[in-house]
Design a protein around this ligand. Structure first.
Ligand code: SF4
Ligand code: NI
Ligand code: NI
Length: 708
């Protein structure tokens, strides 16, 4: 059979199955039965992205199938094969959505099935920073479980996100290979149709970040080809259905690598590599993915894929716990003469001398020296320690400053990992990432309890207090410049964040100090200085300088951006925002929802639905993405009256921001315990109940001017 015949036959087979499945579902449930994937604003995201139509019922699904049929032309041309590939993918989506009828949960551990919009938004920052350099889709059954594990591990070690479809899932389970989103290995499902759940991620990325209009299939495919670094690894034997799915992948720009020897080759798209141990290299080359190599001299792996790994109590060799004993982590700027480069010292017992499962003290001081080093960069470097230490395979880190907690697993210890290796990792990463400001770096690790107490109380805490004072005094008025951030342009081509001391980037990961350091480290990089010499309206936060900067950095897509208004020329959103706020007309206020919140808001929208109102680098008055810490800022929608407008937040978010938000409310308006006046999901999920609650509490928003 030729490739065309294979694709067409596979497409026809899947189409037939889909038609039967829909007819049967209509017979069972009736044509009016609602269908949709859960936790998404896009119903059937692939079909919606390709056609612009949102399917809501089985009857509409049947109509959609007729549209799919029109893609299935049978001329032996590349275009026909690609479209049949897309049609196959859409059929797969229809088959999969039927599994979710009536709120069913068709997938169970370890499989994920459909992935929520929130998961895609979370992937935004790691994808743009290159922390996740690519996405592998592995399909089928390897020759052995060991071969499967070796392939997956090779991608993990590079930080690549791995998704699995088919028998390989059972093969990994057999040998207890750890999978899960936290280690970037996501088993989707065992049926081949479950591959649609990763396609759905790619297409939603185009809608969420790329502002691609649903139905504009050509732009959609251009987006995935240019900006979504995915590829497929398919184990032999391939059947027609897999080949048809593969044609769909290639249509989106994702190369397919297989070990099926007799497959017809398509240059750069369908590649035969019979040696599976070479798939990693072949795939990266085909998709043009470059991996940053970090060679650190430690006996376990070091990769971002291990960042989310959890070490349970029973699996740990030793633990350090800043909430129980004195601990600290600190960067200290020193004179060059006081620092011996790459010197690592452990003062106190090594891990061998600690009891199995014991809780211990640890304090590490990273001494740095450099001509361009500034005290302001200390917390920026220090905050990266969490990420550095977490990326060590078998080591877990949470918290910061003097409240960090570290666990070293028994496996890592048995592989030879010791406390001194923490020093190696800190040294290597600080030198790697901060080479523009750090010329010399030395690490001193204290495990002697008395020394830890001394370092914590006499060195670290006084330093933290000094820094907090500096941060408190750091206001938008007190600095001479702001910074732009355009990191997210990799996915949202016209998005620009303007980062100020009182307004951090909407991803929550870039503060003014971070932006300043990024600019210093890479003067031609994503963060550029924005002057603020020509104010237009200080209350709105409008400046000629800011307008010029966003015009330039958005390549003309944006003309005016204000810093403090949600109604007039608000800042754009890319898609990876931590929170979204939107106006609530009945109370004159705003509702805020965070990415983690899965429930309903009084706007009648869930987080994904609110989030879909904005994004892709466009301005949407009335809706704005922002970071969690912005909520307690004195500049939070200051032009519309500020934080007094906040009428509702999920309970968890409210608790997270309570202390700072209450302090701001007290300072600005003299209100005590402001958060008690703000509704949450335990109080109201609809506007009427919310307004009754706000009235009872005397919430200030009720008596403010209408926003619209
Ligand atoms: Fe993206 Fe803005 Fe965060 Fe920069 S600050 S990474 S542009 S969201
Ligand atoms: Ni103490
Ligand atoms: Ni972003």
């Amino acid at each position: 059979m030729t490739l065309f015949e294979s694709v067409f036959a596979g497409n026809d087979a899947v189409y037939g199955l889909t038609e039967n499945a829909i007819d049967q579902a209509i017979e069972t449930h009736g044509a009016d039965k609602a269908v949709s994937f859960p936790n998404t604003a896009y119903s059937l995201p692939c079909y919606y992205a390709v056609t612009g139509t949102k399917v809501g019922t089985l009857a509409e699904l049947k109509e959609a199938l007729a549209v799919v049929k029109t893609l299935m032309t049978r001329e032996k041309r590349t275009h026909d094969a690609f479209m049949s590939g897309v049609a196959t993918a859409l059929c797969a989506e229809f088959i999969e959505v039927l599994k979710y009828i009536d709120g069913a949960t068709p997938y169970e551990e370890p499989c994920y099935g459909h992935l929520a919009d929130a998961v895609i938004r979370e992937l935004g920052v790691p994808l743009v920073t290159g922390d996740i350099p690519g996405v592998a889709v592995i399909l089928g059954k390897a020759a052995s479980a060991e071969e499967a594990a070796a392939l997956v591990k090779s991608y993990q070690a590079q930080g690549i996100l791995v998704t699995l479809v088919g028998d390989i899932i059972d093969q990994l389970a057999e040998i207890n290979y750890k999978t899960g989103a936290n280690v970037r290995v996501i088993p989707l499902g065992k049926d081949v149709t479950s591959v649609i759940h990763v396609v759905s991620v790619a297409l939603r990325a185009a809608l969420i970040f790329g502002n691609v209009k649903p139905g504009d299939a050509a732009t959609l495919m251009e987006y995935t080809m240019k900006r979504v670094p995915a590829f497929v690894n398919a184990f032999a034997p391939l059947n027609d259905v897999i080949v048809a799915c593969g044609a769909g992948a290639i249509a989106l720009g994702f190369p397919v690598i297989t070990n099926q020897a007799d497959v017809p080759r398509v240059p750069k798209s369908l590649i035969c590599q019979t040696d599976v141990s070479k798939w990693n290299a072949t795939s990266l080359e085909a998709r043009d993915i470059k991996i940053k190599i970090t060679n650190i001299d430690i006996p376990v792996a070091f990769a971002s894929a291990f960042e989310g790994e959890i070490i349970r109590r029973k699996d740990m060799q030793v633990e350090f716990d800043g909430s129980r004993v004195d601990c600290a982590e600190l960067v200290q700027t020193c004179d060059a003469s006081e620092v011996e480069d790459h010197k690592i010292t452990v003062i106190g017992p090594e891990a061998d001398e600690m009891e199995l499962g014991s809780k211990n003290s640890i304090a590490y001081v990273v001494k740095v020296a450099g001509k361009n080093m500034q005290a302001d960069f200390e917390p920026v470097i220090e905050r990266k320690f969490h990420n550095y230490i977490n990326c060590i395979e078998g080591v877990y880190h949470t918290g910061q400053r003097d409240m960090q907690r570290i666990r070293i697993s028994i496996d890592a210890f048995n592989a030879g990992f010791r406390i001194k290796h923490l020093g190696e990792v800190l040294y290597a990463q600080v030198k790697n990432e901060f080479d523009a400001v750090v010329d010399k770096c030395e690490v001193v690790i204290y495990t002697d309890p008395a020394e830890c107490t001394r370092v914590r109380h006499e060195v670290a805490i006084p330093t933290f207090e000094k820094r907090d004072e500096r941060l408190d005094n750091l206001t938008d008025e007190s600095v001479d410049v702001y910074y732009s951030c355009i990191l997210c342009q990799a996915f949202s081509p016209s998005h620009v964040c303007v980062v100020t001391p009182e307004r951090l980037g909407l991803c929550g990961a870039v503060s003014w100090l971070d932006a300043k350091a990024t600019n210093e480290l890479d003067p031609a990089g994503p963060c550029q200085v924005i002057t603020k010499e020509r104010p237009i309206d200080e209350n709105l936060g409008a400046y000629e300088d800011v307008d010029e900067a966003v015009q330039k950095f958005s390549q003309g897509a944006l003309e005016h951006v204000t810093l403090y208004s949600i109604m007039q020329d608000p800042m754009t959103s890319c898609g990876c925002f931590e929170c979204i706020c939107g106006i609530e007309p009945f109370s004159n206020g705003v509702v805020i929802a965070n990415r983690e919140y899965a429930g309903m808001t009084p706007l009648g929208m869930t987080f994904p639905e609110m989030a879909s109102m904005t994004g892709g680098g466009v301005q949407t008055p009335g809706f704005m993405g922002h970071g969690k810490h912005f909520i307690s800022s004195k500049k939070f929608m200051k032009a519309e009256g500020g934080i007094e407008r906040i009428v509702w937040m999920p309970k968890e978010l409210k608790e997270f921001v309570a202390e700072r938000l209450n302090a701001t409310a007290k300072e600005l308006y003299g209100i005590d315990n402001f958060t008690d006046m703000i509704g949450d999901e335990t109080v109201a999920e609809d506007p009427e109940t919310l307004v009754a609650f706000l009235t009872e509490k005397g919430h200030p928003a009720l008596s403010m001017d209408p926003m619209m």
